[in-house]
Design a protein around this ligand. Structure first.
Ligand code: NAD
Length: 321
């Protein structure tokens, strides 16, 4: 890639995907000016991007005055990548309010800064999720960008609400905003609360792996590096509107557990404990990513999930998060 000095704002850069995105930017564009905004919440890991940003601001996006101040003190951003969000479905069931504050109000505040202080200049990419579409049965066709929004958890509802705010800003203010909706990510720097680190920790410590219901729920898994390359592709070549990002790697939760058990050379039957199902647990997600693959130049590069998971386990056992 050709280095070109640009001013780039990332929100949520202390989190799993945002942290990997900042590393991607720094690896490929050493000259760019990168600003990170993150509230440094429980899921954050500042060390993962230590020394990589030109500026870091620890603020909550719900605090509009602090956010405006950061924009007012800057030249305009060429790109704004909005990763920051409360992201764990279980937490949204036990305490939904912070999801509305961070994901809905936080996005709205950022959109206003982009519109009023950045004068609508530059590209805004809102990182969203396939969970906004609701869920599917076994044989239903995959979600396309045209699938109606039908979120089923407070997390998904807060993300769908923020997507709608972004879509409204495209229509009302004619702004260059793209929304990416990706499937489940795995890779370095993920918080231990998420499913794959939970499985690895249980296997490592000889504990039982908690699996919701019967383990038959289906998720589509993508490597975080593939997700981030797609986000960059959308930022640089995409049009306003929605782009689905998917890998095609659909696995039941038990199939995923089985792969990880084999990596640890353990028999799955002895490692799993089935626990009471999550309230309103979405059954299956499946993404149709034809649009990004055909209109833009992107396809996943990390296609062998068993090999990628083996590498990830090695990484995790050495480095932890
Ligand atoms: P994460 O929980 O690991 O990180 C989110 C980061 O955002 C944290 O560092 C947190 O402190 C910060 N944050 C949260 N609320 C904030 C606020 N109000 N103000 C400032 N910072 C705030 O999440 P992640 O897995 O990296 O997800 C990043 C984005 O990608 C989210 O928008 C999520 O909805 C989306 N997404 C995630 C996945 C996945 O599998 N993890 C899949 C598709 C989409």
């Amino acid at each position: 890639m050709v280095a070109d000095k640009r001013r780039i704002l990332v929100t949520g850069g202390y989190g799993f995907i945002g942290g990997n995105f900042i590393r991607f930017l720094r690896d490929n564009f050493p000259e760019d000016y990168i600003v990170n905004i993150d509230k440094n919440g429980y899921a954050s890991n500042k060390d993962y991007i230590k020394g990589l940003c030109n500026e870091e601001h620890t603020i909550d996006l719900k605090d509009s005055l602090f956010l405006e101040n950061i924009f007012l003190k800057q030249d305009k951003f060429d790109y704004i990548f909005h990763f920051a969000a409360e992201s764990h479905v279980d937490n949204s069931i036990s305490g939904p309010s912070v999801f509305v504050e961070s994901n809905v109000l936080g996005t709205q505040n950022l959109l206003e800064c982009y519109r009023k202080i950045n004068n609508g200049y530059g590209k805004f990419v809102h990182i969203s999720t396939d969970e906004v579409y609701g869920h599917l049965r076994w044989n239903d066709p995959s979600f396309t960008e045209e699938t109606p929004l039908s979120p089923r958890s407070p997390y998904a509802a807060s993300k769908a609400s923020s997507d709608l705010m972004c879509l409204s800003y495209i229509e009302t203010f004619n702004l260059d905003i793209s929304i990416t909706r990706c499937c489940n990510n795995f890779g370095p720097n993920q918080h231990s609360e998420k499913f794959i680190p939970t499985i690895i920790n249980a296997l490592k410590d000889d504990k039982k792996i908690p699996v919701y219901g019967e383990g038959s729920n289906v998720r589509e898994w993508i490597h975080v590096h593939d997700h981030n390359l797609a986000v960059w592709t959308v930022a640089t070549t995409g049009k306003p509107g929605v782009y689905n990002i998917g890998s095609g790697n659909e696995l039941t939760n038990l199939e995923l557990v089985d792969i990880l058990c084999k990596i640890f050379d353990k028999d799955m039957d002895h490692c799993v404990k089935f626990v009471e199902d999550r309230l309103g647990h979405d059954f299956r997600y499946s993404i149709d990513s034809t649009k990004i693959r055909s209109e833009l130049i992107w396809e996943p590069l990390y296609n062998n999930i068993e090999e990628e998971l083996r590498e990830y386990v090695e990484y995790y056992l050495q480095k932890g998060r």
